[in-house]
Design a binder for this molecule. Structure first.
Ligand SMILES: CCCCCCCCCCCCC/C=C/C(=O)SCCNC(=O)CCNC(=O)[C@H](O)C(C)(C)COP(=O)(O)OP(=O)(O)OC[C@H]1O[C@@H](n2cnc3c(N)ncnc32)[C@H](O)[C@@H]1OP(=O)(O)O
Ligand SMILES: Cc1cc2nc3c(=O)[nH]c(=O)nc-3n(C[C@H](O)[C@H](O)[C@H](O)COP(=O)(O)OP(=O)(O)OC[C@H]3O[C@@H](n4cnc5c(N)ncnc54)[C@H](O)[C@@H]3O)c2cc1C
Length: 618
């Protein structure tokens, strides 16, 4: 395709079969990026041409039957044998079998495997290994390997998620993913001494940027073990845009359909109005439209942050890893929660036709909703963000300066809202900052009181985890609101566009407060009168957005072939499209379905059952 931007390439491949989860999806989304990010130049030189030309087709095999979230608990082992200079991969228990990796069951002939590294009798934690699982000649399964599909799932029907286990499989030492090898004189571009030691070792031994195993099995650990988690951070940073895309497409379908669908007399004898004119339809759909715009902006921000931080990491500067992890983990969770719930509301807003595959909405839903689970289960990801927020809170209390998007932490909580009838964007941001700061402090206070009461750290953590989750969610929500407001205020948009987009941004902020009112009012930050301002503003914004609603979804510019929807067609010919879809149904290709003779005819006309039996033998 010649498209170099990873996300753009992903989108255009998606266009070929939108929301069908290509059986090569993991090859593109995780196998190739893992080689790019975790392999040494020599390993990249060896594997990338094969992988880019589909000789090696691979996936990312980390999750096991017994462990998905807790990576350090994975049971697959890779034990180094210095005599043969090989790693022995083994699945020692039933629960150690790899289970869930996409494209694993029947498609891939290779995978990058996350396994516990053992050298000289010691465990060094999870590391990545390149493993061939099928012949590149005839695709037969290689000895020492059991692999297959895991069977039907909630969705993802076109992806052969699989299981995989090893029976003392030997792989060359060079198959441990190593980055930036240094042999003897260090090539200038490899000056990465921040986290690996320099030592003269034979050329064929790859020193690793992130970790090293010398030929005798000596292990040199990286400065940060989480560098091995890098592929997950890349995908989490990409999932935000993917979730936004799913929600935006669902908004296109449901808002276009709501402009076509007419239902119920507006008054006795009157015309049936477009259902988009019902305030309740606007109440359910317009905030989702605003959320789609907000998440698209957040997705751009987090992916650009990933690129910047990853660039620093490549140059040896790991300082921003914690921020990137907290941002990508939290926004991945926040965006997939919001998008999944929003797509379901869009489906319901389309009535019966929304429940048809013809609407395109079920496919979008089952494509987006697993994002709440994969690449880090959402609650766990929110708690990872909360872990970072707690560290920021204690730094703020010690008077330390905090990075940009957490500077609100530790602020004075005695102030009241500046909200007036106008509902200024600045007052919206202040409200979200206050809510997040208050929830972060409340979680920290809860932890402190439990510890002072004698609880151990891990008991205090678990005993505060609901409040920690609330704090992380509020933090992500603040990020999305502030990022949206910054985009509106920074953008040099035409005055008309700014006016329309300012209304959309205002609605996103106002609706978020009204849907989480308790968290904004618990400490009296808002008065009842100010809540009234917000309620009236929301209804006014519905009227304000209504004339531009279809234009706002058209602006996403998704072609009909990507939407795959009879309801969301650009030409609005919904009913003809639904009828054509029905007529083309395979079961309608014969007037009487074959099952009539075998199952119905004996009931309806038992006397002629023998005919049925004749037919059944055909
Ligand atoms: C290319 C573009 C494509 C676009 C496509 C978009 C969508 C396409 C979807 C593709 C299909 C995806 C298919 C799915 C694939 C998968 O699901 S792969 C498997 C994913 N699995 C996970 O994500 C597992 C989740 N678990 C974890 O990440 C970790 O176990 C954990 C929860 C983070 C805990 O790790 P642990 O080692 O136990 O660390 P802790 O003890 O909790 O923390 C220690 C410190 O480490 C810090 N940290 C943790 N992780 C990272 C990280 N990734 N980066 C940086 N730092 C990290 C953590 O913050 C702690 O720091 P301190 O607080 O300072 O101690
Ligand atoms: C469609 C799909 C595709 C996938 N593709 C791949 C792939 O290609 N490669 C791969 O390796 N994996 C893949 N996975 C697996 C996925 O990464 C895991 O399912 C995910 O990491 C969650 O882990 P788990 O299933 O063990 O859930 P668990 O961790 O068992 O979660 C179950 C519940 O326990 C809770 N929980 C767990 N730990 C904690 C904690 N510390 N604190 C609080 N609550 C906790 C969770 O919040 C959740 O509610 C895929 C999964 C799906 C659904």
């Amino acid at each position: 395709m010649g498209i170099t931007d990873m996300q753009e390439a992903f989108y255009y491949r998606e266009c070929a079969a939108a929301h069908e989860n290509s059986p090569l999806g993991l090859h593109y989304a995780m196998f190739l990026p893992t080689i790019n990010k975790q392999a040494t130049p020599e390993q990249k030189k060896k594997w990338l041409p094969l992988a880019e030309n589909y000789k090696m087709i691979g996936t990312y095999a980390q999750t096991e039957l017994g462990h998905g979230t807790f990576i350090r608990g994975l049971e697959t082992t890779a034990t180094y044998d210095p005599k043969t200079k090989e790693f022995i991969l083994d699945s020692p228990t039933l629960t150690s079998k790899k289970y869930w990796p996409g494209c694993l069951g029947k498609t891939s002939n290779h995978c990058v495997v996350m396994a516990q590294l053992y050298t000289q009798g010691k465990s060094h934690g999870p590391h990545m290994f390149m493993v061939q699982i099928r012949s590149m000649e005839d695709h037969s399964v290689l000895p020492g390997i059991e692999v297959g599909v895991i069977g039907n799932k909630f969705g993802y029907g076109t992806n052969d998620n699989g299981f995989l286990s090893f029976d003392k499989l030997r792989i060359p030492r060079e198959n441990m993913l190593m980055r930036y090898s240094q042999v003897g004189r260090i090539p200038r571009e490899n000056m990465l001494m921040r986290y690996s030691q320099v030592s003269r070792i034979p050329r064929e031994n790859m020193l690793m940027r992130y970790s090293q195993v010398h030929e005798d099995g000596t292990y040199v650990k990286p400065q940060n073990a989480k560098l091995a988690y890098g592929s997950m951070v890349l995908i989490r940073s990409s999932i935000v845009s993917d979730a936004a895309r799913g929600l935006a497409q669902a908004c296109v379908i449901s808002i276009r359909y709501s402009a076509v669908r007419r239902q119920t007399e507006a008054y006795p004898g009157g015309e049936e109005p477009q259902i988009l004119d019902y305030q309740t339809q606007q109440y359910r759909l317009f905030p989702l439209l605003a959320s789609a715009y907000s998440l698209q902006l957040a997705g751009k921000y987090v992916f650009n942050t990933y690129l910047e931080v990853n660039d620093q990491i490549e140059k040896g500067n790991l300082e921003s890893m914690p921020e990137l992890h907290a941002l990508s983990a939290g926004l991945k969770a926040f965006s997939t929660y919001e998008a999944s719930a929003g797509i379901e509301v869009c489906r319901i807003c389309c009535g019966g036709h929304g429940y048809s595959q013809a609407s395109g909405l079920p496919k979008i839903y089952v494509d987006v909703v697993p994002g709440c689970t994969y690449e880090g289960e959402n609650t766990v990801m929110m708690l990872q963000t909360a872990r970072y927020l707690m560290k920021c809170y204690s730094r703020a209390k010690q008077g330390q300066k905090l990075p940009g998007f957490v500077q609100y932490i530790g602020q004075n909580l005695n102030k009241k809202s500046c909200m007036s009838e106008e509902v200024a964007l600045g007052c919206l941001v202040m409200a979200y900052e206050h809510r997040a700061a208050r929830l972060v402090e409340a979680a920290a206070m809860r932890m402190q009181s439990l510890i002072q009461g004698g609880k151990k750290q891990h008991e205090a953590w678990n005993g505060s985890s609901v409040q920690l989750f609330w704090a992380a969610k509020a933090h992500c929500h603040l990020f999305c609101v502030k990022n949206f407001v910054d985009a509106i205020q920074a953008k040099s948009l035409s005055s008309k566009t700014v006016t329309v987009m300012k209304s959309v941004c205002q609605l996103y902020g106002v609706h978020g407060i009204l849907e989480n009112l308790g968290e904004f009012m618990q400490d009296g930050f808002f008065s009842g009168e100010q809540v009234g301002y917000l309620q009236r503003k929301m209804l006014a914004l519905f009227e304000n957005i209504r004339p531009n609603a279809v234009a706002l979804v058209d602006a996403f510019d998704y072609p009909d072939m990507v939407l795959g929807s009879c309801l969301g067609r650009y030409d609005g010919q919904v009913y003809q499209a639904l009828y054509d879809y029905a007529k083309s149904a395979p079961m309608n290709q014969t007037e009487i379905h074959s099952t009539y003779y075998k199952h119905l005819k004996p009931l309806i006309n038992p006397e002629t059952t023998s005919d049925a039996m004749q037919f059944a033998k055909l």
